[in-house]
Write a protein that binds this ligand. Structure first.
Ligand SMILES: [Cu+2]
Length: 694
């Protein structure tokens, strides 16, 4: 990995911002090195190993970046919020592979497949993603899992990498293993991870249904000649019972297979990369297996969701006119379905998402050029989308009205096509003051299968967890965002500061709107069915106009030889432009400041975190305001030898009770948290991590 770690550019988190050597578009990327690779020089490894494994959720690693936050929908169901965007708006890849999660409520968001026991590095686009990344409305995240790389010499070498993580708040463990052999022409390795945790503690007791259980197996192979390189990667994720307290159900299982075949070669002056990916999610959830079941057996529900994704990407790049020209094609073919049944009654079943096909074919081209006074990249992509739904079936025990809704759905058009185009222009320039960065982008997000085809009013909403039932709309248009960003990376002799200002103007932003003009009057079949499903005022996914505007920055100051302060500040406002309301579930202002004492082999950091109250809430989503809070964390890092690192610390040092605005409301009965109350943050949590590798 061609990384050069920018001196001092370390977040309060102790997460390293590593920037590739100069003249690269990667001034627009933050790379979080969770564990250092062997190639990284020693000083950089110290920073890298300080990544804080407070949670088993891979999304929590990203949440410490400027502009980022964590939406916690369960112990392994966290979504990344970046500059006010979340869910499917933030494009996410694992090892470069795009895929569709299985859960209609995103119980398995993309970072579900990034266990901290196996993560090597996470690359986060600080601004708009390059066009080659694929569709992503805001930012873009790629997680690289650990593997055994080719060596530089012809000698065969064996490698291993052991990660051991422990946490007190949920008495959890994580064990990650990577082992294999490699030479300069081939490599072969296996990976394994095992994680398990109980319910999280907080000062008021236990937060029921925050337990988790996940196992991963995999293997990878690589082969290269002087002209070309092949790689094959196979992985199976098995998530067992894992709780989702803000949802109506918990994960019973998520069983997902990933396969990826890559080929790279050089044709004359042109580099060619071909990648074929396949993923296959089988997910089951229920409201009766792992939480106090409903009073009536009639209300027992289980939901089985399947998703299969086949991707193909062909990327070419060559030198062109004092710069680089990149272009290519990508294909994303997905099949998804969701069926709800009553495990106690075989004649009760309904298909809220019947046999959905969601296909996309895209082409992109971008040109990067050295202008002398800085560098510029311009790019565009065009995508053709084609989406179809099958026929919804309902079982004999399903009441008449939902069956009639299914019939209406089946009689309507269940076929949709559209074409979207993205634009990206970026410019960056090194000056005596620092590196300036400017971006202008037009980005799209097409409606999800749920937003478009969801015909049954239920609380599945890609993880919004606002307690509302939602229904789709087949007339929805894609979201279009115009994004403007400006920032500068400043570095003085003993300090650094990297602020960014951004403005996102989104047309046809998809969000829940009142189902009809007579809210609260059940004068339609949808409202009547929704009332049967517990919400008399369902929301319909609709196109509205929105904006997100804000500023974020990280900074540091070397106070003396060993003392340093570091911090992160994140501010975002999300508003409707078409009426006077705020957007739902937007992160409150966050500020973190760490005081670090660092010697060559060890460091210790005391960190204070202040989170403002969130009073700008969405009336449409009946969102509840939250109070601000402050927390202290302590963490340290000790490098015993080249191959052995230990880190650890205490999260929420004073066991303070607090509510993160982005957590949902509890839906599990008989918990120490009242039903309907916002879920509390974790109490005092002692954690450690040991990593041992060669
Ligand atoms: Cu689910």
């Amino acid at each position: 990995m061609r990384l050069r770690i920018r001196t001092g550019a370390m977040l309060a988190a102790g997460i390293v911002i590593a920037l590739p050597s100069l003249a690269s578009e990667d001034v627009f990327s933050d790379i979080i090195v969770v564990t250092a690779r062997r190639e990284i020089p020693q000083t950089e490894i110290i920073y890298a190993d300080e990544a804080i494994p407070v949670s088993a959720d891979g999304a929590s690693l990203i949440s410490r970046l400027p502009g980022a936050a964590l939406i916690r929908n369960g112990s392994l169901s966290g979504q990344v919020q970046f500059r006010g965007a979340y869910g499917f708006r933030v494009g996410t890849r694992i090892n470069g592979q795009a895929f569709h999660p299985g859960g209609p409520n995103l119980m398995d968001p993309p970072m579900h497949y990034a266990p901290p026991t196996l993560v090597e590095a996470i690359e986060v686009n600080r601004g708009a993603a390059p066009v080659a990344f694929g569709p992503s409305l805001v930012g873009g995240v790629n997680t690289e899992l650990k593997q055994v790389p080719f060596t530089d010499t012809g000698i065969r070498e064996s490698h291993y990498d052991v990660t051991l993580i422990g946490r007190s708040a949920d008495r959890s463990h994580g064990l990650g293993l990577v082992a294999g052999v490699a030479s300069d022409t081939y490599r072969a390795f296996g990976i394994y991870s095992n994680e398990r945790g109980h319910d999280l503690d907080w000062s008021g007791g236990e937060i029921d249904n925050t337990f988790h259980d996940r196992e991963v197996f995999g293997a990878g192979f690589g082969f290269r000649t002087s002209e070309s390189e092949w790689e094959l990667e196979l992985r199976r994720h098995e998530t067992g019972p894992t709780g989702n307290p803000p949802f109506a159900m918990d994960i019973d299982w998520v069983e997902t297979n990933f396969a990826r075949l890559g080929y790279a070669t050089t044709l004359g002056q042109t580099r060619l990369d071909v990648s074929i990916g396949f993923s296959d999610v089988d997910h089951g959830m229920s409201n009766s297996e792992h939480r106090p079941p409903p009073a009536s057996i009639m209300r027992y529900r289980a939901n089985r969701a399947l998703a299969e994704t086949l991707t193909l990407a062909v990327d070419l790049s060559s030198e062109f006119e004092r710069g680089d020209l990149s272009y290519g094609l990508d294909l994303d073919l997905a099949q998804m379905s969701s069926t709800i049944d009553n495990p106690q009654n075989p004649t009760f079943f309904v298909e809220p998402l019947p046999d959905i096909d969601q296909d996309r074919i895209g082409a992109h081209i971008s040109w990067r050029q050295d202008l002398g006074a800085g560098e510029m990249e311009i790019g565009t992509r065009i995508d053709r989308h084609d989406s179809k739904a099958g026929l919804a079936e309902t079982g004999a025990a399903v009441p008449m009205m939902p069956s009639m809704l299914a019939m209406q759905f089946n009689q309507g058009s269940r076929d949709w096509q559209d074409t979207t185009y993205d634009l990206l222009a970026r410019y960056w320039m090194d000056t005596d003051l620092g590196t300036w960065r400017f971006s202008l982008a037009r980005k799209n997000r097409v409606p999800t299968h749920l937003e478009r085809f969801g015909w049954l009013p239920i609380a599945a909403s890609a993880g919004l967890a606002d307690g509302n039932n939602y229904i789709g709309d087949r007339q929805l248009d894609p979201e279009v965002a115009w994004i403007v960003e400006a920032g500068i990376d400043l570095a003085g002799g003993t300090w650094w500061l990297r602020p960014t200002l951004f403005y996102h103007r989104i047309t046809d932003y998809i969000q829940g709107i009142p189902f009809d003009a007579t809210v609260g009057v059940a004068d339609s079949m949808v409202e009547m069915v929704s009332m049967m499903n517990g919400d008399g005022t369902p929301l319909r996914f609709g196109n509205v106009d929105a904006r997100m505007v804000g500023m974020d920055a990280d900074f540091g100051w070397q106070l003396g030889q060993f003392w340093r302060i570091e911090g992160v500040v994140s501010i975002v406002r999300g508003e409707r432009r078409d009426l006077g309301d705020d957007l739902y579930r937007i992160s409150p202002d966050r500020f973190r400041l760490g005081l670090a004492y660092a010697r060559s082999a060890w460091s210790i950091t005391l960190e204070g975190m202040a989170v403002a109250a969130q009073e700008r809430v969405s009336d449409t989503n009946s969102e509840v305001e939250t109070a601000g809070y402050g927390l202290f964390n302590l963490h340290g890092d000790w490098k015993l030898s080249e191959s052995l690192h230990i880190s650890g610390g205490i999260e929420n040092l004073f066991d303070r009770e607090y509510r993160d605005h982005l957590s949902g409301y509890n839906r599990v009965r008989n918990s120490d948290v009242t039903v309907g109350e916002r879920l509390p943050g974790v109490g005092r949590n002692v954690f450690f991590r040991l990593s041992w590798r060669r």
